[in-house]
Write a protein that binds this ligand. Structure first.
Ligand SMILES: [Zn+2]
Length: 182
C-alpha cells in the first residue's frame, strides 16, 4: 500500500467530475489497490473521508471512516465505508449546520448546511449494492465526499464565509461557542 499525494484547493482536479467505475472493473486488482491506498492515505492524514479527485484520480470512489479521529474528537463513529458510484438524494428540505474541514483545504474549518437525511445508493468494494438512508453526521460526510466527485468543495456550500476560520483560531474562539455536529 502507499500513501498518496493529496490535491489542495487550486488544483484543477478538484473542480472536475469523476467518471463512474464500470461494474466489471470494481474487483480488478487496480481498483482494489487504489481503494487500499485511499484508505491508508485517509488514515495517515486523519481525514473523515477521501474522494478520488483528492488523490488525482477522476474515478467515482470515496472512502469514509471515523473513530477516535483527533481532527473530529466529538464526532460519532462511522465504520470503514467504501462507496463506488455513489448517488445521493435528499429525503427532506431540512438542513443542519455543522463544522466541516477538508484535507484539500488544510487547517481550515467552516459551518456548512447539509441535508439532514439522504438516500445513498452506491456499490461497495466487492460490487455489492448499497441502498441506505443516512442521517445527521453520516449524511453530512456522504454529501461532502460525493460533492468532491462532482467537483464541488465545502466552501461552495457555505452560506457565507463569516465562520471560515483557521484551525488554531477555531480552537481558540469557536470551540464550544456553537453547537457542533462534526
Ligand atoms: Zn473534502
Amino acid at each position: 500500500m502507499a500513501i498518496l499525494k493529496v490535491a489542495r484547493l487550486g488544483h484543477p482536479v478538484l473542480r472536475k467530475r469523476a467518471a463512474p467505475v464500470p461494474l466489471g472493473e470494481i474487483r480488478s486488482a487496480e481498483t482494489q489497490r487504489l481503494i487500499d491506498d485511499m484508505v491508508e492515505t485517509m488514515r495517515e492524514y486523519n481525514g473523515a473521508g477521501l474522494a478520488g479527485n483528492q488523490v488525482h484520480v477522476l474515478k467515482q470512489i470515496c472512502v469514509i471512516e471515523v473513530h477516535g479521529n483527533p481532527r473530529y474528537p466529538d464526532a460519532p463513529g462511522i465504520p470503514l465505508t467504501v462507496l463506488i458510484n455513489p448517488v445521493v438524494t435528499p429525503l427532506t428540505d431540512e438542513t443542519e449546520d455543522g463544522w466541516e474541514g477538508c484535507l484539500s483545504v488544510p487547517d481550515m474549518r467552516g459551518v456548512v448546511p447539509r441535508f439532514s437525511s439522504v438516500r445513498l445508493e452506491a456499490r461497495d468494494r466487492d460490487g455489492g449494492k448499497i441502498d441506505v438512508v443516512a442521517k445527521e453526521f453520516f449524511a453530512r460526510v456522504i454529501q461532502h465526499e460525493t460533492d468532491h466527485l462532482n467537483g464541488i468543495v465545502y466552501l461552495d456550500r457555505m452560506r457565507d464565509f463569516s465562520t471560515l476560520t483557521h484551525l488554531a483560531e477555531w480552537s481558540k474562539y469557536w470551540l464550544g461557542v456553537q453547537e457542533q455536529d462534526d
